[in-house]
Write a protein that binds this ligand. Structure first.
Ligand code: NDP
Length: 280
């Protein structure tokens, strides 16, 4: 039941209908007995800033931010934690009662948790990693690998100037998509952080065969769970990490930021999300 005291939170993006975040958060809210609701918000580019500004004061407790707004979300916040500042992007906005907006980035925590769970023994310090894409998701990943001691983060993007903007901030090397093979050589991990295919645009066609046999391949996209990108990596016998593990990994600290307590550990949110993905 929604009451007069129900706490509101949600996820903002465009597109947003694919998001599994409401499934995760609402399952946790119910299990924790918190009077709260977590809703999806689809907002256009031109209305994003006024939408966020209108939530000042805490009528909505917090938002997760997804494609394509993570970089702008950081710029709209009054304060930001180190992770968001380092990444130059935010996936969490908390609306304080005094009207301030506080930004955080939990994507990197989710990414590293996903590697720990699905590629046990993976050591970010052991060599270079290549990240495909240069949007908000790529920024969170690059900052997390850098903070974890990765020797060289290579950003491979269609628009090379956006890749360069990340390496200017964090170090590493920027590549155009046409030089993906060079970025994959001796990489210990390749992460797809592009939205190619998400809005019906072209699939990402990169030479995964250029990666070493021990390279771990991850896709941030989780619909379907085994994306064509991960399927190609598996066909090459590479270890893979899926985007759903990252989604759960970033949602745990997001929940904590919104409700001041960790989500209940006994809810199998991955199974819930998988059931929903299969039903679509
Ligand atoms: P952004 O919109 O900020 O960035 C999108 C990136 O994808 C850009 O670098 C863009 O390149 C690239 N891109 C888009 N279309 C194509 C294409 N057809 N070919 C090559 N490159 C393309 O999005 P986000 O960074 O926020 O998210 C990226 C993806 O990662 C999304 O699918 C999102 O759902 C997923 N994600 C999943 C998370 C999880 O927890 N599982 C967490 C974060 C993100 P260009 O710069 O040239 O435009």
């Amino acid at each position: 039941m929604i009451s007069g005291a129900t706490l509101l939170a949600g996820v903002v993006g465009n597109p947003i209908a694919h998001s599994m975040s409401p499934i995760l958060h609402n399952a946790w809210l119910a299990a924790a007995g918190i009077d709260g609701v977590y809703a999806p918000f689809r907002v256009t580019e031109e209305r994003f800033a006024s939408f966020v500004d209108g939530l000042r004061g805490g009528s909505v407790r917090g938002l997760n931010v997804t494609i394509p707004f993570k970089e702008r979300a950081l710029s709209l916040a009054d304060r930001a934690g180190d992770r968001a500042t380092m990444a130059g992007a935010a996936n969490v906005l908390v609306f304080e009662a005094d009207g301030t907006i506080v930004a955080d980035n939990t994507d990197g925590l989710g990414l590293l948790a996903a590697f720990a769970e699905q590629a046990p023994g993976f050591d970010p310090k052991a060599g270079p990693v290549a990240i495909l894409g240069a949007g908000g998701g790529a920024r969170g990943a690059a900052a997390a690998f850098t903070a974890a001691g990765c020797r060289e983060v290579r950003i491979v993007n269609r628009t090379q100037a956006r890749a360069q903007a990340i390496t200017d901030l964090l170090g590493g090397e920027a590549f155009g998509l046409h030089r993906a093979a060079a970025a994959f050589e001796d990489a210990i991990a390749v992460v797809n952080a592009t939205s190619a295919g998400l809005a019906g645009e072209g699939q990402l066609d990169v030479p995964l065969e250029a990666t070493p046999a021990a390279c771990v391949v991850m896709d941030m996209v989780y619909k379907p769970l085994v994306t064509p990108f991960l399927a190609r990596a598996r066909a090459l016998e590479r270890r893979t990490v899926d985007g759903l593990a990252m989604l759960v990994g970033q949602a745990i600290p997001s929940f904590e930021a919104f409700y001041g307590q960790p989500p209940p550990a006994d809810v199998d949110v991955r199974a819930l999300a998988l059931k929903r993905l299969e039903a679509r």
